[in-house]
Each structure stands twice: as structure tokens, then as C-alpha cells.
Design a protein. Structure first.
Length: 493
């Protein structure tokens, strides 16, 4: 077996272009007839653009500049290293025709490898941690890869870990493990392609580069190149809370693709000048802000990097050039942090009302509407429906018989919900004359009158149609999803 020479420029022709210098300008794929036609998808990797993010950075002196790596053919920065690791292995004779590529991945490297493997005729087996989104697992399978899912909350040495499982699969005959955590083609690719691109695109006017750190290949390769051209360039590492890189407390986290619980050989820690430790909540809410304010659909680790970039930018002058790398698109996370229900279930919805509280919403409701429309268990379904229609509400609490304005929260026995009544009516033609006590639903959730709107919003987004508001254990009103949306819209005006 020949040793892999990752410094051989010829193995990077797919990511930097044959006879192409990334500093010279964007390459053009010209065929023998002079047409601008790429020979295959692999030839389109790299040369991703920069774009200013003026809205997301409006509260800091500099304007952040984003490197849009999601515009690579496979949708992530990992496209660059996928083909480079494969062609380095081919050149060394360790990956042979008909071979199987085995790799532990959080998804993006798998896609990059799968695209190259599809063109070259290799089989792929990818091993992923169970926190990886189903969207990305389905995507890798769409390229023909076999995907094995392993538990996240185990040590790397545990035989169930995705590192250990990938080692067992790679021991099979004619299998090759690129191993992005140890393969020096990983940082070398960025030193020979991404770094020179950034230098050219900024005309050498770059003061800081920010990225999330996973295998460390991106930070190491780009950092080495930029510091070689301008030694005082600052490399900023964005790291999840729970990762080894920026702290001693190691624990599971939800952001995918960055952070580690060991030190990969592809990472040179000395290259990072400053670390920022970022929570899952800050990562995901920042990613959602980028999408809604800049129109750039990004993944969670992009949110991590931008949060760190904004924190660093607060300390920098207005004329500083800060480039942040956005590694992938949010298309692989539509069922996770880009979904309101998922965010609510994990207690991480964005701030909705700033310093606003529940009492602000109650005060904004129409004066002609009673503060607390309610019903009693001995009243009929027909009477309850009449009340719902009279006041234009879709749900109301059920008070204990004989209790009205002086009710306490202990007097709330249940709730009436319009959709449940409709369902009951469809199943039982005689339900209209039945007492409410026979068809009522469980009580609505309760919130204090002085609670922040964020807490109420989380409950509503998680599935509850409304919340009973209490003041010192006394019900004083109901806030529905419609009430909250109407209030928030009025604040925007």
C-alpha cells in the first residue's frame, strides 16, 4: 500500500480546477467546442460567492460577509473534501475499482462522498449519530448510500459509537475509510482551494475568519493559508456548549456537524485565536434569523458561526472585514430547528415579545368581549355551542357548578374546544342535549398574568389551542394563538 501524498496538487483538480490558481479568478469550464459546459458535477465544486449580511449585523460596527458554501453541488462545504479524499486514495492505490467507501459522518461529508462515488462507481456505507436529521439520512440514501444510525450519548470507544461501528465496517474486504477526522487531505483541500478563494474575493482585505469547528479541517486549512499571507488575520472558532474544544464540560448537544469529544488529527488548535462557546438555542435562533432577515437558508452550525461572528464583531471597528463561513443549507433541517413545534418541544423558540408579558395581551383584547367566557358541566352541548358562537371564541374553561366570577383555579374542571365538539357531534347525533360534563376535554394549560410572552408562546406552539391566565390563583382570562398573533402584529405596526 502506497502512502497517501496529500500535498500532490494533481489530486485537488476537482476542487481547484486543472491548471487553475484559485487566486486568479473564477474558473470556467470550457469544452473542446468552446462551450461553457462542465464535464460533470464534480467540476462545479468550489468558487462559492461572498455576500454581505447587512441586516443580521445591523447592531454591530462591521458588516459581516458570508461565504456561501451551501452553493456547492451537494449543498455543503464538505463537497470539497469528499472528492479530494477519494482521489488521494485512488492515487495511493488504497481505493480500488468496485470498492466500498465507509465513513462516520453527520451527513454532509456523506453527501459529498456519495456524489463522487456515484460518478466513480463506488459503494458507500455511512455511519451517523442518532441526532442527525431524518432529512439528511434520506438524502444520503437517495444517492444510493447505506446508512447505519448509532447512539450519540456513548463514548467514542464504545462498540456502539459511530466511530467504532465505522471501524468494523471498514475492516471488511475492499473497504476504504477516508476518515475525515485524520485524513490530511481534509485541511489541505481548504489550504489549496477555500483559503485562496477568500484571499482573492476580499482582495486580501480580510481581518478575521469565523467558522464552526468540527473535524477542524476547514479552520486549519483556511487559517494556515490566510495567516501565511497576512499573519495578523484572526481565526475565530465557534463551538457548541458541550464540546471539548472550548471547555472542559463535555455533554451532548443538538447542533450537528461541529464540536467534538476528542481531538482530531486534522485540527491544529494553535490556528484558532479566539473561541466562542455557543448554546443550542443561540445557534438555532440565529440560524432562523438569518433565513428570515437575509433570505439565506442555513443550517444550525451556520447559526453557531454567525452568533460567534456577531459577538466578535461587537469588539471591532466599522471598517473591519469579517468573513463567516456558512457550511450548509437549512434544507436538511426542515423537520428539526426550522420547525416551530420541534423548537417548542425543546424549549428554544425565538423571543416573541421582548419585555412584553401576558397582561399586555389581555389588555389589547376587545373591550366588548367578556374577560372570561366559561360554561358549567350541567349545561348542554347546545348551550356551550351557542356561547362559542355568541362571543366568537373556539374554546373556554368549564367551571364547577355554581361558580362564576369568583372562581379559583381549583374550580376549573376541564375545557370545551370547538374541534372536539364537532367530532363528538359527528359521532353522536344526540350529543347536543348531553351535559358538558360528559364531553369536556382536560383543562387548558395555565400561565401567570405576569409571565413573559415567550413562555406562553412556547406552550401554544407545542399544541395547546389556548392558555388560561391566572392572577394569584384566580382565572382572569384566556389567551389563544389568534390573540397572541394579533397582539404581535399590532406591535410590528
Amino acid at each position: 500500500m502506497r502512502e497517501i501524498d496529500v500535498t500532490d496538487r494533481s489530486i485537488y483538480t476537482r476542487t481547484i480546477g486543472i491548471e487553475h490558481d484559485p487566486e486568479a479568478g473564477p474558473r470556467r469550464n470550457i469544452d473542446a467546442k468552446g462551450r461553457e459546459i462542465a464535464p460533470d458535477l464534480l467540476a462545479l465544486m468550489g468558487d462559492t460567492p461572498l455576500v454581505a449580511m447587512e441586516r443580521i449585523s445591523k447592531d454591530v460596527p462591521p458588516t459581516l460577509i458570508a461565504k456561501l458554501e451551501m452553493l456547492n453541488p451537494g449543498g455543503s462545504v464538505k463537497d470539497r473534501i469528499g472528492i479530494a479524499m477519494i482521489e488521494a486514495a485512488e492515487a495511493a492505490g488504497v481505493l480500488k475499482p468496485g470498492g466500498t467507501i465507509v465513513e462516520p459522518t453527520s451527513g454532509n461529508t456523506g453527501v459529498g462522498l456519495a456524489i463522487a462515488a456515484a460518478r466513480k462507481g463506488y459503494r458507500c456505507q455511512f455511519v451517523v449519530p442518532d441526532k442527525v436529521s431524518q432529512d439528511k439520512i434520506s438524502l444520503m440514501r437517495a444517492y444510493g448510500a447505506e446508512v447505519v444510525v448509532c447512539p450519540t450519548a456513548v463514548d467514542p470507544e464504545d462498540p456502539r459509537s459511530y466511530y467504532s461501528v465505522s471501524d468494523r465496517l471498514a475492516a471488511e474486504p475492499n473497504a476504504f475509510k477516508p476518515n475525515q477526522y485524520f485524513n490530511q487531505a481534509n485541511p489541505q483541500t481548504h489550504m489549496m482551494s477555500t483559503g485562496p478563494e477568500l484571499w482573492r474575493q476580499t482582495n486580501g482585505l480580510i481581518d478575521a475568519f469565523v467558522c464552526g469547528v468540527g473535524t477542524g479541517g476547514t479552520a486549519t486549512g483556511i487559517g494556515r493559508y490566510l495567516k501565511g499571507r497576512k499573519p495578523d488575520v484572526q481565526i475565530i472558532g465557534a463551538d457548541p456548549e458541550g464540546s471539548l474544544y472550548s471547555g472542559d464540560e463535555i455533554h451532548p448537544y443538538l447542533v450537528e456537524g461541529i464540536g467534538e469529544d476528542f481531538w482530531p488529527e486534522t485540527f491544529d488548535p494553535a490556528i484558532v485565536d479566539h473561541w466562542y462557546r455557543v448554546s443550542d438555542r443561540d445557534s438555532f435562533t440565529t440560524a432562523r434569523r438569518i433565513t428570515r432577515e437575509e433570505g439565506i437558508l442555513v443550517g444550525g452550525s451556520g447559526g453557531t458561526a454567525v452568533w460567534a461572528a456577531l459577538e466578535y464583531a461587537r469588539t471591532q471597528p466599522e471598517d473591519a472585514t469579517i468573513v463567516v463561513l456558512l457550511p450548509d443549507s437549512g434544507r436538511g433541517y426542515l423537520s428539526k430547528f426550522l420547525d416551530d413545534k420541534w423548537m417548542a418541544e425543546h424549549g428554544m423558540l425565538e423571543r416573541t415579545g421582548g419585555r412584553k408579558h401576558v397582561t399586555d395581551v389581555l389588555g389589547s383584547k376587545p373591550e366588548e368581549l367578556p374577560a372570561l367566557v366559561h360554561v358549567h358541566p350541567n349545561e348542554t352541548v347546545a348551550q356551550a355551542i351557542a356561547l362559542l358562537q355568541e362571543f366568537g371564541v373556539s374554546q373556554m374553561p368549564v367551571f364547577r357548578d355554581g361558580v362564576h366570577e369568583d372562581a379559583m383555579i381549583g374550580d376549573v374542571l376541564g375545557s370545551i374546544r370547538e374541534n372536539a365538539l364537532l367530532d363528538a357531534a359527528l359521532k353522536d347525533a344526540d350529543v347536543m342535549q348531553k351535559p358538558i360534563g360528559e364531553v369536556m376535554q382536560p383543562p387548558l394549560p395555565v400561565a401567570g398574568v405576569n409571565e413573559p410572552l415567550d413562555d406562553v408562546f412556547a406552550g401554544l406552539a407545542a399544541g395547546s389551542p389556548a392558555v388560561v391566565i391566572v392572577d394569584d390563583e384566580r382565572p382572569v382570562g384566556v389567551v389563544t394563538r389568534a390573540d397572541l398573533l394579533t397582539f404581535l402584529a399590532s406591535q410590528q405596526g
